[in-house]
Ligand binder design. Sequence first.
Ligand SMILES: NC(=O)NCCC(=O)O
Ligand SMILES: [Zn+2]
Ligand SMILES: [Zn+2]
Length: 464
Amino acid sequence: MSTPVKKVPIHLQSAQNRLLIKNGKVVNEDEIIEEDVYIEDGIIKQLGRNLIIPGGTRVIDARGKLVIPGGIDPHTHFEFEFMNTTTVDDFYQGTKAAVAGGTTMIIDFVFVKKGESLLDAYYSYRQKADEKVCCDYALHVIISYWSDRVFEEMSILCSEHGVNSFKAFMAYSFMLDDSELYSAFEACKKLGAVAMVHAENGSIIFKNTEKLLAKGITGPEGHELSRPEEVEAEAVNRACTIANQVNCPLYIVHVMSKSATVALVQARNRGVRVIGETLAAALGTDGSHCNHSCFQHSAGHVISPPLRPDPMTPQYLMNYLAQNDLQLTGSDNCTFSTRQKEVGLNDFSKIPNGVNGVEDRMSVIWEKGVHSGIIDPCRFVAITSSTAAKIFNLYPRKGCIATGSDADIVIWNPNKTRTISAKTHHQAVDFNIFEVLDYQQKYAIMKTHLIGNGMPRCSRVCYS
Ligand SMILES: NC(=O)NCCC(=O)O
Ligand SMILES: [Zn+2]
Ligand SMILES: [Zn+2]
């Protein structure tokens, strides 16, 4: 993750640089307090009731609303060149959608091709993102091969650019083998960086895919068949084992199944320091959609690791979050249009992997977690914001509402609803996995809570 550089947006340089949010309930991960929030130049200056503040301050009445830390999405892929195409949400549209959904910071991934310089890749992502982002952002860097030079560049990224997290893949053509993973985790340990991993057994997936295609299973339903739960769980266990050999704390991205969570919890119980992230996608929908006869619909749900066909999985994952077996949520927003997905019409392994979520993550988790009674608003704040801020060294500047923190604030109306739709969302993609069509009786139209009066009211800073 790269160190944020503060740029004061023009709208905050005007008279609006002073703001009072009155009469709301401030929710942090550890408590809910009725207090007003006074902000100056994008920083929280005072908290409490009956504050003494300068005349002319703009006031927002948050009566009946919650005042929460802006969401931090630790897992997005904007303008990502992947599987021979590029995601449709760029840094402009993706971050605009993030803000519309109550997320005020995203952390994206610098993809580094095999043999490419990590620094060159990092600079090119900075160039792409800096001019376009509508919210705060930072970058993790991907390790797709191993060499001494990679370690030197990791070290420069940490010391000169504030990058403090690196991700390795155990699947796809750019996966690391066990010995490379060992070196990458060891390097993270030496640098004090967070080691992140996409945990799936890439070799098994490759063999299963060949077999399924040979049998004539070519549609999107083949995707999950080629990478069932145990293929994810095996990789989680292996990654934990390798990280533990070099005493490196590990962050598993997109834990998508019960089996993978069980493997993670077992590793933790034997002393491995491991953090588990799950996704809005995995909490808000399930893999049964990949069997749908409409290709747009089924391929639109293809993500790796896959959404699991067991319809109870979302609830299990939410329970795991509730009891801190899993620690936080991201979106893994990685969107491809229907046209792009059609490349895999006759071969599921060619369908570009990825779904939406950056805009709807907060609403979906509120609906499935808080509204359903599984978690309380404090835990909601923890799993959507505070925990990510702590892991990626942003806390307490971000992830909490406290004096001296950035005023990344969302005014959340727990009683308002909206209907999710690809027609009205702010993303570039033409499909939305949370838009539930009425093709199956068992699903109702999903309504989720909306923030504020239609848009989040956050005072934000941008990074350049
Ligand atoms: N998850 C996914 O299917 N696409 C994005 C790349 C990744 O995170 O694996
Ligand atoms: Zn991944
Ligand atoms: Zn991802």
